[in-house]
Design a protein around this ligand. Structure first.
Ligand code: AMP
Length: 184
């Protein structure tokens, strides 16, 4: 399946210094959502290029307007909710470092790289996202609870919601998720 991550697209645009990137950056660095109009256009554009392999949206939709726009276009089969308590999220995000080259995520507490500051897979340099600093993480969670959490009900009502306990280790969460999907 094709993996489409809205945050990655915004970070790439910010890195390239495009108008979209500059706009996105001004919201991202404050832990706020990029306006719906821009975000919906970006994702629908991506979806219009896809073949029939199927796709996984990561980080989209995050508001009711986005979810409605998605339903009106291609629609989705399932929405996956990985449930993790707030304090655990803050700890995970503020100790997350990512490979600059291949985007593999590490966690300095639970999954550190073998060589400090370097990716185990490709040797790339690790960096911390600006918005993974604790204060911004708290803001992002606040925005999530306000804008995005209501989508759980939106998808549950349509019989599309899958809930997975995200507190376990990465491998266990992945196995639980696959098992749930296989049962469907
Ligand atoms: P992520 O990598 O998914 O955590 O996204 C990083 C940042 O990009 C978010 O904190 C938002 O500022 C922006 N962003 C990503 N996806 C969306 C979206 N669906 N709607 C609005 N803003 C988004």
């Amino acid at each position: 399946m094709v993996h489409i991550a809205s945050g990655d697209l915004f970070r790439q645009a910010a890195e390239s210094g495009t108008e979209l990137g500059k706009l996105a950056k001004s919201y991202m660095e404050k832990g706020l959502l990029v306006p719906d109009e821009v975000t919906i256009k970006l994702i629908l554009e991506q979806l219009s290029h896809l073949d029939d392999r199927g796709f996984i949206l990561d980080g989209f939709p995050r508001t009711r307007a986005q979810a409605e726009a998605l339903e009106k276009s291609v629609g989705i089969d399932r929405a996956i909710y990985l449930e993790v308590p707030k304090e655990e999220l803050i700890q995970r995000l503020s100790s997350r470092w990512i490979c600059q080259n291949c985007q593999t995520p590490y966690n300095l507490l639970s999954h550190p790289p073998k060589v400090a500051g370097r990716c185990d897979l490709c040797g790339g340099k690790l960096y911390q996202r600006e918005d993974d600093k604790e204060e911004t993480v708290r803001k992002r969670i606040e925005v999530y609870l306000e804008e995005t959490a209501p989508l759980l009900d939106f998808y549950a009502r349509r019989g599309k919601l899958i809930e997975v306990d995200g507190r376990k280790q990465v491998e266990e969460v992945a196995a639980d998720l696959l098992q749930t999907l296989e049962k469907l």
